[in-house]
Design a protein around this ligand. Structure first.
Ligand code: GDP
Ligand code: IMO
Ligand code: MG
Length: 433
């Protein structure tokens, strides 16, 4: 059988339901690969009513036998990864022989977290990014500065000494910025213990994926964050520090572009954003609050309330183009039950000028006013709907309008957090490869 390499990305500002969709699709996958970001991600998988939130581990971890790769493009906090492995072990998930960590992945060390927090605290209110404070930005800075430590160092007998010296050096920077020092000795010991636990998982993961390709296996690339948080294509500077878009799957895993057979965009039926930065369709009113309550929109990593607003076709079209999305996995349609009318943003108005594209300048995007179209809503829950034909007419019309406005078909429809609340209309790869 021909290998299937499918990339799944977030089409908005993250939290679109990527974890859920990955979990559904891994029923038929051999591998799941994380390729960028770190434990700033929070991917929720709900199985039999039990909720699991994955941060660094690929969401495929929840399926026994599925092999999990943390690729070179990910920044890995060894302490957080060990804690996550331990937590899953407690839930009966054994990753011993099926977790592979790229030897080229950069490490997030305690001082990256301290720098992240310090920088946010030092910024003026309008300049703050509202990061997850997991040290992601500073770790990617070290990578680009060529001063980072990589996972291949975890097996180095000198690792404890190296991290201790690095923490001590970082303490000098922290002191200069008026931040308290880190306890170098105890932290170096904790990191040494984590290194011993993780070292057996460290390998050249690009080779594993090359072998998987030759064996005709199927691989899912699990994007973290979303297109609008991408360091190149997002609402810069209010973004994360990696390429969350589809191209990142290749550079972040060592897989050649022509091996990617399919790109799926995960798209929420409305829009959310957590952290600072422009968000044209944000609703700072009772409707926004009602969306937050109905969709349980609180961060899976930080618990922060997510900002909520109507669905935005300008963002979705932009995502479709940048990522080459071949089908949408549309999520959380069920949440819109009872909202009537439903509004869709079809364009922006920037000082009287109509815009159909996302402007590069975050200030220009902040000044954009949404141009809305209204559609009738529907009442009642959709969570038990299992066939497209059983959806209320208004819901089907809403889906058709999303397809029309974006030019991309909906291949997967998610109507609730569980595996069972999913309608797979067009299995990925069929007709797309
Ligand atoms: P991710 O970061 O893209 O994986 O998304 P998160 O896990 O951060 O946030 C998505 C939230 O919505 C989680 O709590 C999921 O359990 C939940 N969820 C996913 N799909 C659906 C859906 O179709 N309907 C509802 N009601 N909840 C969903
Ligand atoms: P998943 O994978 C939503 C946001 C933060 C902040 C900005 C930069 O669960 O969709 P960072 O800590 O990365 O430097 O923060 O990016 N952010 C996310 N928002 N979902 C995520 O991940 C996010 N990861 C980072 O809130 O605005
Ligand atoms: Mg999330």
């Amino acid at each position: 059988m021909a290998a299937m390499f499918t990339v799944l990305i977030g089409a908005q500002w993250g939290d679109e339901g990527k974890g859920k969709v990955i979990d559904v699709l891994t029923e038929r996958a051999d591998w799941v690969v994380r390729y960028q970001g770190g434990n700033n991600a929070g991917h929720t998988v709900e199985i039999g009513g039990v909720r699991h939130v994955l941060h660094l581990l690929p969401s495929g971890a929840m399926r026994p036998g599925v092999r999990c790769v943390i690729g070179n493009g990910v920044v890995v906090d060894p302490l957080a990864l060990c804690a996550e492995i331990e937590e899953l072990r407690g839930a009966g998930v054994d990753l011993r022989d099926r977790l592979f960590l790229s030897d080229r992945a950069h490490l997030v060390l305690p001082y990256h977290r301290a720098f992240d927090a310090g920088r946010e605290a030092a910024l003026a209110r309008g300049e703050r990014i509202g990061t997850t404070q997991r040290g992601i930005g500073p770790a990617y800075v070290d990578k680009a500065m060529r001063t980072g430590l990589r996972a291949c160092a975890l097996g180095d007998p000198e690792f404890p000494r190296i991290v201790r010296e690095r923490i001590e050096a970082a303490n000098r920077h922290l002191a200069a910025g008026g931040q308290p020092p880190l306890e170098a000795g105890p932290l170096a010991e904790q990191l040494a213990a984590a290194a011993r636990e993780l070292a057996p998982h460290v390998t050249d993961t690009s080779r594993l994926l090359d072998d998987a390709w030759r064996r005709g296996e199927s691989v899912l690339f699990e994007g973290a964050q979303g297109t609008m948080l991408d360091v190149d294509f997002g609402t810069y500077p209010f973004v994360t520090s990696s390429n969350a878009t589809a191209g990142g799957a290749c550079t972040g895993s060592g897989v050649p572009p022509h091996r990617i057979s399919c790109v799926i965009g995960v798209l929420k039926a409305y829009t959310t954003r957590v952290g600072e930065g422009p968000f044209p369709t944000e609703l700072n009113d009772a409707t926004g609050e009602a969306l937050r309550a109905a969709g349980r929109e609180f961060g899976a990593t930080t618990g922060r309330p997510r900002r909520c607003g109507w669905w935005d076709a300008v963002v979705a079209r932009y995502s479709a183009r940048i990522n080459g999305v071949q089908q949408w996995a549309l999520t959380k349609l069920d949440v819109l039950g009872g909202f009537d009318p439903i509004r869709l943003c079809v364009a922006y108005d920037l000082n009287g000028r109509r815009l159909d594209e996302v402007p590069a300048d975050a200030r220009a995007l902040a000044a954009c006013r949404p141009v809305y179209e209204e559609m009738p809503g529907w009442a009642g829950s959709l969570q038990n709907v299992r066939r497209l034909d059983d959806l209320p007419t208004a819901a089907r019309r809403y889906l058709a309008r999303i397809e029309q406005l974006t030019g991309v078909p909906i291949g997967i429809l998610s109507l609730g957090p569980g595996r069972e609340n999913t309608i797979v209309l067009d299995p990925p790869g069929v007709g797309a490869g």
